[in-house]
Design a protein. Structure first.
Length: 265
């Protein structure tokens, strides 16, 4: 009898924990899993024809290749218990849309049953697509076309406007990295050569005076060894870079800070 109140409290506590866990699991399941392989157009409702999806996919892939920016379209029936903005940001973070060091991803969300639209951008694209511009793209490009059931046209026009505004934010700098590496290597080599020459000259100053020569040529050998080592490192880096150029693509691990705007139609 003395344990009955304790057991009742324990049962209530376990029930509360179970209810909370069930809610958390159900809440988390509302966010789609990251697509494998990665796709720019993710139509979970079937609103677009196959050719329309392919056309948008090629368009957004070409934009990523030239700028490194990633624009992802997500079409769902409803955002469940999430407000549309939170839902879009959760997708951006969960999938890692955009480059990790630039956060230059953007999610264009469309919930068909609730007729909600939202554009969420990573920190790196907020300068090109601020909240006011995102709102205007929804009201000027998406909503009018969607009201006429011209869904592909709305998405095509909206992504074209986003691309036009975001093209100057980030360029795909893989090629520029390749050209900048030799210059950085030259600077490193010069610093090492100068410091090494000074240190070795001081240490061997007495020997140089006694022998009448520059330490058996060692100060000139050290820069040569440094140059050879730098050349090997540069060649190895270039090989690794070249190996990643083929095949498909993936999300870059970007994050989202909270910029964006929504609307309906």
């Amino acid at each position: 009898m003395t344990h009955k109140p304790f057991l009742q409290v324990l049962r209530k506590g376990l029930w509360l924990v179970f209810a909370i866990l069930s809610f958390v699991v159900a809440f988390a399941q509302d966010i789609p899993e990251r697509p494998v392989p990665a796709r720019f157009v993710n139509d979970y409702v079937g609103m677009l024809a196959g050719g329309e999806k392919d056309q948008l996919e090629r368009k957004l892939k070409g934009f990523m290749d030239s700028t490194s920016n990633q624009i992802v379209i997500v079409i769902v029936k409803t955002t469940g218990d999430y407000p549309p903005g939170d839902y879009a940001f959760q997708i951006g973070r969960k999938w890692g849309i955009g480059q990790k060091d630039k956060d230059n991803g953007l999610v264009l969300l469309w919930a068909t049953e609730t007729r909600k639209l939202y554009i969420a951008s990573g920190d790196g694209l907020e300068g090109a697509i601020p909240d006011a511009v995102a709102k205007r793209i929804i009201s000027d490009q998406l909503a009018p076309a969607f009201k006429q059931q011209q869904y592909f046209k709305g998405l095509d026009d909206a992504t074209s406007e986003i691309i036009r505004r975001a093209s100057g934010e980030y360029k795909n700098d893989q090629a520029s990295d390749d050209t900048e590496l030799p210059m950085s290597g030259v600077i490193i080599f010069l610093v090492i050569a100068v410091v090494g020459f000074i240190v070795i000259s001081r240490l061997m100053g007495r020997g140089c005076r006694n022998s009448g020569g520059p330490g058996g040529g060692m100060p000139w050998f050290v820069p040569y060894a440094t140059m050879s080592s730098w050349g090997s490192s540069s060649g190895s880096w270039g090989g690794n870079s070249g190996g990643g150029g083929g095949g498909g693509w993936d999300f870059g691990g970007g994050s989202f800070g909270g910029g964006g705007a929504g609307g309906d139609y």
